[in-house]
Design a protein around this ligand. Structure first.
Ligand code: SAM
Length: 227
């Protein structure tokens, strides 16, 4: 089948309607107004049909800047959060990226579309199975792993970029150890109610420079080096 955009199969007009496309365009304008400036992030989010990553009953809500339930007590991140985290990572084509918390697969789709080699870990089996099938059906390739992402995936590392999409009580050392020199990690750290997004850069001497950014609220990162 002909690829419409890199990585993703061509969708029919029913799968991605003019109404969906129009709503997506308005969402992107909203993200710009909220301070997202990375053109590649905005372009990719304009192309990825977010409505395919949530239950079909929510289709008309898919382009609101909101999180939604995706089953197993989890949520698809708010589009602003996806754009914010992705923008901080300064993604380059060919980057080896580790995502913790595959969830709906929307964040994964954005990263894959940006040309990264993605390893994505989810601890909920139902979500892992559903999302692996969805992204594979859409023609998007990644290494999908079922397991505890707080431990990372040592055998596949080190990684240029690490993105944690669940709230952690502290930065898991396993993830720090799997970040390349010069690599960037984005991770929300705090209590279960509220977290501060942190951008971490591993310097040449192996030291970590941590920059606290703004407040977010995520579902908890549950695992050996987490809650
Ligand atoms: N990136 C996701 C998306 O685009 O939909 C965000 C999903 S949600 C905010 C966070 C996800 O992290 C949930 O699916 C949850 O099951 C998962 N999670 C929590 N702790 C985890 C862990 N230790 N390892 C892997 N996944 C975890």
């Amino acid at each position: 089948m002909k690829a419409l955009i890199r990585g993703m199969i061509e969708l029919t007009k029913d799968q991605d309607t003019y109404k969906d496309k129009g709503a997506r365009k308005r969402l992107i304008e909203e993200l710009k107004q909220k301070g997202i400036i990375d053109k590649t992030v905005l372009d990719v989010m304009l192309k990825i049909p977010r409505h395919l990553f949530i239950h079909k009953d929510f289709r008309s809500h898919a382009y609101q800047d909101k999180a939604f339930p995706i089953g197993s007590g989890q949520t698809i991140s708010q589009p602003y959060t996806v754009a914010f985290q992705t923008q901080i990572l300064h993604i380059e084509k060919g980057d080896k990226v580790l995502e913790i918390g595959t969830g709906s697969g929307y964040q994964a789709a954005v990263l894959i579309e940006m040309g990264v080699n993605l390893v994505t870990i989810e601890r909920q089996e139902a979500l892992y199975l559903k999302t692996k099938k969805l992204l594979t059906d859409l023609g998007m390739k990644a290494n999908f792993i079922l397991g505890d992402g707080s431990l990372g995936k040592y055998e596949d590392g080190p990684f240029d970029k690490i993105i944690v999409t669940a709230g952690a009580p502290k930065v898991p050392m396993a993830l720090v150890n799997q970040l390349k020199i010069g690599g960037i990690m984005i991770i929300p750290v705090g209590n279960e109610e509220e977290q501060i997004m942190h951008s971490l850069v591993k310097k040449a001497d192996g030291e970590i420079e941590a920059i606290p950014l703004t407040k977010f609220r995520f579902v908890p990162l549950i695992g050996e080096q987490a809650w």
